[in-house]
Design a protein around this ligand. Sequence first.
Ligand SMILES: [Zn+2]
Length: 693
Amino acid sequence: MKHLFLDSVLLLAAASALAQSASTGVDNERPAPPAKIRSFDPTAIDKTADPCTDFYQYACGNWIKNNPIPSDQTRWVRSFSLLQERNRYLLWQELDAAAKDPKTPLQRQYGDFYAACMNTGLVEKNGLAPLESAFRQIAGLDSPQKVTTVMSELEAEGAPAPLFNFGVTQDEKDSSRQIAQISQAGLSMPDRDYYLVDNPHFQEIRKQYVEHVTKMFALAGDSPAKAAKEAAAVMEIETALAKASTSRTDLRQPENHYHIYTVPDFQKLEPDFDFRVYFADVKIGSFDSLNVATPNFFKGLNELIAQQPVDAWQAYFRWHVIHSNASNLPKAFFDENFAFFGKTLAGQQAPQPRWKECTALTDRALGEAVGQDWVKQNFPPSAKQSMDELVSSLDKALGDDIKTLPWMSENTKKAAEEKLALYRNKIGYPEKWRSYAGLKVERTDLIGNVERSTVFEREWNYGHLGKPVNEKEWGMTPPTVNAYYDPSMNDINFPAGILQPPFFDPSIDPAVNYGGIGVVIGHEMTHGFDDQGSKYDGKGNLREWQTEGDRKQFTERTDCVADEYSGFETAAAHGDAPVQKLNGKLTLGENTADNGGLRIAYMALLDALASQGKSINEKIDGYTEAKRYFIGFAQVWCQNQTEQEARRRALIDPHSPGKWRVNGSVQNFDEFGKAFGCTQGQPMYPVHACRVW
Ligand SMILES: [Zn+2]
């Protein structure tokens, strides 16, 4: 599991909806270039707010007031959303040019992929024809045993095979090995809670979901009675899968998703699904054992296969084929999909313009092809060099922090330093680009392109089985505005996309850069030592390296953070009525990383200023460097979101909302209270604070 800086779970796969206007070509929608984003914005500050009472309101208040959520978004974050829009625009320029006049074979490949996506006239004309082949496979499901066959047939075509996730990953206890892994899946709504929580809010959502599924079947040509029966079957199967699923919070514990089974033992768990046939059909190659991340789910699935009639399974698979492709089907499907997954579930008012979605789709399918040209334009070698320097200064600060930790024994400190010394940093983009030579792209076949890309990615993943680990591979494409820590690799990764203003700005004073990208780097580094990351050693193996006493101390401290954040509530916008409490256990790793990141980036800033003979109390434009650091940090998180999005994120997002990423972090760091002259006991400068790192 990778630890991201920002939740990158796509909103709701099919809800990332496309505006299907009558336009059929690239020319009709020419977006305007977005402005450069300011790294430190005094106009965002609400000077009427007291920073010691509510720092988020102080740093972001005016921005929040003046920046309502655009109609095609569910959340609008000052840094991420603006930079994402900007990067997407720059990428679009490249795709648009490549679609019209490709100069290289690679440009022809991604230009054609993009052009096929933009051709909504053809989408309309094709109707459901591109799904016929998948529908035929599903129609052949005439006994429960055939569930196995249908899953592998759908996979072979690149159609959605929804029941579970299967692929190759590093062995958590021996990170040098790449093994097969299987885990729970199969739902359409964002989380098991949407199926299971018994309150009026979720009851209403479930009712509307069933209505939506019914409408989609009717659009596909089924009679109203048949469509209603199929929708009921989909709901029944998905609800049973939700019940068998492990919660997100429980899955945070690595030991809860690590269960090595031999293939015969796993087959015993699931006698009614013939995995030997499935494994052979998907052509992954032979293996003797695998990680069954969620054994209870597979027990539940087996019961379900035995219980459900054949036509219920047909409905379930057909639904997933329609649902997953909804954005690439005719307008009637698109609109109905948006109405439920965009509007009802996320509160989005209008679909995104098609160019945005096609740009994102092309980036997902051909990221390292598109990225090669993108970084040439947008990531100069000087940026990489500055990042290298920043990362080593944060690395030193975390090392110093470990040395002086009041609660940790000397032996464990030594082990922690060893782990830190083994961190690997990846900055900007891969040293060696992936080849897409085997991926056939056709300018007139959108769904075919998506399916071939799915097969291409899966075969690429399967190709890792039993092979040595390639440390140079990336899990994000270069234009992505995000970063991650991977505990099995023990590496931190910063795509070129996030190394731009407002995170990283070569033209601004160091305090603001340390508050921006410095805290991001510190955040990713701290993940190696959060509630999950701390269970892996420097080689990326799940192994206890703390003494028993230190682990106890560590847990007391993380419990403090979990309890603290469980007391926070989320709302649509600052000042709105709260809609949900945060889940301090679900967000523990991210909160720990936020707290650690803020502390060690500050220490690194002190070092940087000292080396230049400067002081943290020097003023620029009326703000001390210390204040600029904290304001720069907070302004990354200024945000507005819809009420639906606030609820959804409280359930599924391991990150806290912007307000608490800011206020939760500063109130646990006494340098903040000192910088703003707060009195101890005020909300942002409490007498008792939590501290892990
Ligand atoms: Zn994170």
